[in-house]
Design a protein around this ligand. Structure first.
Ligand code: BGC
Ligand code: CA
Length: 342
């Protein structure tokens, strides 16, 4: 019985080995396909990240290596995403890059990848550690959420100390927070660490309210209008978990015709095209660069290494499976450097 199981296992491993080494084209080049599945095409940051990724893969092409991406977006449904991953595996993808819809429920995707021996690179929406430890061919590429909150807090401290943010002069900063999805690591941790940083640096805060706007500009505009309706011009600071929601908050003030003197200061995270333009126009006081170029490049490098079996040594992992790109502060003074990257 044990021997039989062993043989079946061995055959499985050999078969899987054959599956994961790509195909040869007529002129002898190796040909690989990377399957990319992401949670929602309405997400600005992810659209920009995936554009970068496609461009990076192009650059890895040589006369001996053909590599291309098949991209699917799940419209916010985990069920759809599971089906898309199955389809990508059936289509013969050699590696999968997955941005989970539900980061707490990756089990179906992990099972399918393991059964078919297709390495998995999760990105941006981080599975919990227990899930990551289920198989040695799983990786994560992203950024350290705590750092983004800390840096946003530091930027806010600088502005509070140098500009007239405390408009009612009561020695406290009346603030509101716009949060991303409720169970997203970046939303939870950014919110917590930005507030802690402000407090640690000795800023007296008064939290007026917070609203969840799911990373989305239109939702943020709506939620911000509600908060303005409640607190009028007493809001002095808007801390947003991302740039799209900061832009939505500004849309709300525009819509209600608030003059500049009666507006709060706004901070975002990401450095998307919209976010950087907001900083350039001095509408957003600062943002924290979520290095999409670096993350896309790390995903491309790792995908190529997993396909070809070469180049793994050149990648610096934390805990053997994680690649974290640092966040960077963006203000009016250095925004041009970041606009040049676009
Ligand atoms: C980004 C958000 C984005 C989210 C999607 C975050 O890291 O800051 O802009 O909507 O990831 O998962
Ligand atoms: Ca005040």
């Amino acid at each position: 019985m044990i021997k039989k199981a062993g043989i079946i296992l061995l055959c499985g491993v050999m078969f899987a080995g054959l599956c994961s080494c790509g195909k040869k084209t007529a002129d002898g080049a190796q040909k690989f396909q990377v399957g990319v599945a992401y949670y929602n095409q309405t997400d600005t940051f992810l659209r920009e990240l995936i554009d970068c990724f496609r461009g990076d893969l192009e650059e890895y092409k040589t006369k001996n290596l053909e590599i291309s991406a098949m991209v699917r977006e799940a419209g916010g449904s985990e069920k759809t995403q599971n089906e898309q991953v199955e389809e990508l595996i059936d289509a013969g993808c050699d590696v999968l890059c997955v941005n989970l819809v539900d980061r707490s429920d990756p089990s179906e995707i992990i099972d399918m990848a393991m059964e078919n021996d297709v390495p998995l690179i999760f990105f941006n929406r981080e599975p919990v550690r227990e899930d990551m430890m289920q198989w040695e061919k799983m990786y994560y590429v992203g950024a350290n959420a705590r750092q983004s909150g800390q840096l946003q807090g530091e930027l806010a401290v600088e502005v509070i100390r140098s500009q007239d943010v405390d408009r009612n002069g009561d020695g406290k900063i009346q603030y509101v927070i716009l949060e991303g999805e409720a169970d997203h690591q970046d939303a939870i941790i950014r919110t917590e660490s930005v507030v802690n940083t402000l407090k640690e640096k000795g800023i007296e805060l008064e939290k007026l309210s917070y609203q969840i706007a799911n990373w989305n500009r239109a939702q943020a505009q709506n939620r911000m209008k509600q908060m303005i309706g409640q607190f009028h011009d007493s809001i002095e600071l808007v801390l947003s978990n991302n740039d799209d929601m900061a832009a939505g908050a500004i849309d709300a003030y525009d819509e209600l015709n608030y003059t500049e003197e009666n507006r709060p200061v706004f901070f975002g995270v990401d450095g998307t095209a919209v976010g950087l333009q907001g900083v350039k126009d001095r509408e957003i006081a600062g943002t924290i660069y979520n290095d999409k170029e670096g993350q896309a490049e790390a995903m491309a490098q790792l995908s190529v290494a997993l396909c070809t079996g070469e180049g793994m040594d050149a990648i610096s992992f934390e805990d053997e499976r994680y690649v974290f790109l640092p966040y960077l502060k963006v203000t009016y003074d250095n925004v041009d450097e970041f606009l040049d990257r676009q």
